[in-house]
Design a protein around this ligand. Structure first.
Ligand code: DGL
Length: 280
């Protein structure tokens, strides 16, 4: 029986984590929920993000997942501790901005961090930052609207807002480059932002390294699955349960479909199941 892993994000951003999960765990099956009907999370209250995380979690559990990946920095920062307390037997893996990997590769010790306002304001992120105090200068940039613009671009193909927001936010952070005092490493601290890699590269040039956490989260998921205590659940055979990837959205499911075709490497003849709009 193959593992069934639940993955969710406020929208399509978590596909950047799902890419890495599918590469690391080719035998596993995944159910991905894009909570696009209730996005963005990053500029909403903690109570909203907590309530949504609980609702999505309950939906995934009703579908018999054996592990949960919170493919969203904002939901991880706000909800992971409570979800782990609610479900102590379920492996729950989260995403946090890749400050430590950035520290390992930065030469100027000047590191930019783009994330949602909510992630940067969270106690979890502040604790991570404090644990690295004195090791580098971290320039923090809340990028209001960027995740939403990426979400919209999947439906419309219009990337002008993404370009404008990347330009505005990187300018606000100061100088990028490989000389002393310049930011040489940029942490993409929201799972939507890897989908803005192209405009960021155009703006910052090839010498600035862009860092995100997908492969590390995937390795951690593999480890947790190997240690889990819950047995793999038997399921009735249906079109859905035969699929290696099940896609669900609380918003416009066509946006998730387009984003998946664009950003998730497809395997030939792979059965993917896209459900109609999910009401949770
Ligand atoms: N993709 C999410 C994150 O990693 C949140 C984006 C949003 O909904 O604001 O934080």
């Amino acid at each position: 029986m193959t593992d069934l892993v639940g993955v969710f994000d406020s929208g399509i951003g978590g596909l950047s984590i799902l890419q890495a999960l599918r590469a690391e765990l080719p035998e596993s099956r995944f159910i991905y929920i894009a909570d696009s009907g209730h996005a963005p999370y990053g500029e909403r209250t903690d109570a909203h993000v907590m309530a949504r995380s609980r609702a999505i979690m309950a939906e995934l559990l009703s579908r018999q997942v054996q592990a949960l990946v919170i493919a969203c920095n904002t939901a991880t920062a706000v909800a992971i501790e409570q979800l782990r307390a609610d479900y102590p037997d379920l492996p729950i893996i989260g995403v946090e901005p890749a400050l430590k990997p950035a520290l390992a590769i930065s030469r100027t010790r000047c590191i930019g961090v783009m994330a949602t306002r909510s992630t940067l304001a969270s106690a979890k992120f502040k604790a991570l930052l404090a644990s690295l105090a004195g090791q580098a200068e971290f320039v923090l940039q809340p990028c209001d609207g960027l995740a939403d613009a990426i979400e919209r671009s999947a439906g419309s193909n219009d990337t002008s807002t993404i370009h404008a927001l990347c330009a505005k936010n990187t300018q606000a952070m100061g100088f990028f480059g490989s000389h002393s005092g310049q930011i040489d490493t940029l942490v993409l601290g929201c799972t939507h932002y890897p989908f803005a890699t192209e405009p960021l590269r155009e703006l910052l040039g090839p010498q600035v390294q862009l860092v995100s956490n997908g492969p590390a989260v995937a390795r951690q998921t593999r480890l947790k699955l190997s240690q889990r205590v819950l047995p793999a659940a038997a399921q009735p055979e249906t079109l859905e349960t035969e699929s290696s990837l099940i896609l669900l959205s609380t918003g416009d499911e066509r946006v998730l479909q387009v984003a998946t075709q664009r950003w998730l490497p497809q395997r030939p003849t792979e059965p993917i199941f896209l459900a109609n709009k999910l009401n949770v």
